[in-house]
Design a protein. Structure first.
Ligand SMILES: [Zn+2]
Length: 384
């Protein structure tokens, strides 16, 4: 109030005089100097950057990202990088042998395809082979992106540069498996390796559905004679509460039968059986596919069925560290360790829960009710 009163007083005390007006007019006539025009252009460019439509039209001008680019006359490396919307640093990482100042017409430049950059921190007990397999890259690629790397001597805490393949993901797992929902859920497609009980109850995230399909593709190669496996529920199309389940709400849960040594009519269904009737080899082929790729948050399997799977995993070369990370067995059915865990009522089927995918920002892992109550209490205490 005080300031406004002062400034209006000042304005009233000094009315603009004629010479000042003339000067103002003259200035505005000469205003379009190159420097001003340049400022104006960059201001407009800034404004359009913040505009979604403009940003999108700019994005659509980018060339679709492919694996390689053949250099045309007059192109520079930084222009090529800009054309495809990737940074010059990333482009150079894909092409460590080229001299940026001396590229030749017709030369092939690796672009890396539709990949995302990951600065991966190596964890205890990990091998380069395991990491490469998880991100679907080759060892040769890892070596190219990380000059000077000694493949046999990686250590925990070391950072590796990776460009992982980025499959399309439109779906979203929202919230936790027992209080969440599914956006743009994808139906589990038909496959010769399995039989779906009810298709209207078999929707999942892109990752869960792709994970199931690719594991059964893998199974068909390794066990061409395998019978079909029954798959019961995943989630409803939009997720949320579902009859007969507490979880299965966010598109990441699936109930699958076990492979047994003999399955009537070529289909292994749900139904009780003795542990010695389990076909551990085929069942493990599925589980191993997901576990090796770090795709799972949890698998519920009756404790009595775990020893045969554990032995199968060990005989196929799982390391001590992997066995420890993957199995609750032999710690006992009450121990909260391992991805494969005992849960009551899982003697006739296994429950596979896929992990949250990095593109699903609102996805939450399952946490026991007790943990959630403790957290809520702690938060309430903080607020007081
Ligand atoms: Zn289930």
């Amino acid at each position: 109030m005080k300031w406004m009163a002062l400034s209006s007083q000042r304005a009233a005390s000094r009315p603009p005089r004629a010479p000042a007006l003339v000067l103002l007019l003259l200035w505005s006539l000469c205003a379009v100097t190159p420097a001003v025009a340049e400022r104006e252009r960059s201001r407009r460019a800034r404004d359009s950057d913040s505009d979604t439509d403009a940003a999108q039209s700019q994005a659509s001008k980018l060339r679709p990202l492919t694996e390689t680019h053949r250099v045309a006359a007059g192109e520079t490396l930084s222009e090529i990088a800009a054309d495809y919307g990737i940074s010059l640093a990333d482009l150079l990482a894909h092409n460590p042998d080229i001299n940026p100042d001396r590229i030749a017409v017709g030369q092939e430049i690796a672009l890396g395809g539709d990949r995302r950059r990951i600065d991966y921190r190596v964890r205890d007990g990990e091998t380069l082979t395991g990491i490469a397999r998880r991100y679907e890259v080759s060892l040769a690629e890892v070596a190219r992106w990380n000059p000077g790397l000694e493949p046999d001597r990686i250590r925990a805490g070391q950072t590796l540069l990776l460009y992982a393949k980025r499959p399309r993901s439109d779906s979203h797992s929202v919230g936790a498996p027992d209080r969440g929902h599914l956006e743009a859920g994808r139906p589990l497609p038909r496959h010769r390796g399995y039989e779906i009980r009810e298709r209207g109850r078999a929707f999942g995230t892109d990752e869960a559905v792709r994970g199931i399909v690719s594991a059964f593709d893998h199974l068909a190669k390794r066990h061409p004679q395998a019978p079909k496996l029954r798959i019961h529920d995943l989630s409803l199309k939009k997720g949320g509460r579902m009859r007969d389940h507490r979880s299965h709400q966010s598109g990441r849960d699936a109930d699958l039968a076990y492979f047994k040594r003999s399955c009537p009519a070529g289909v292994c269904g749900f139904g009780r059986f003795l542990p010695r009737e389990l076909d551990a080899a085929r069942t493990w082929t599925l589980l191993e596919y997901w576990l090796e790729r770090d795709m799972l948050e949890a698998v519920f399997i009756d404790y009595r069925l775990q020893p045969a799977l554990y032995r199968e995993a060990r005989s196929r070369g799982a390391s001590r560290d992997e066995l420890h990370r993957w199995f609750q067995y032999p710690s006992g059915r009450g121990h909260p360790v391992g991805i494969v865990r005992h849960f009551p009522k899982h003697a006739d089927h296994m429950h596979v829960r896929f992990a949250c995918h990095h593109t699903d920002a609102k996805c939450e892992s399952f946490r026991p009710l007790l943990d959630r109550r403790r957290e809520a209490a702690a938060r309430a205490e903080l607020k007081q």
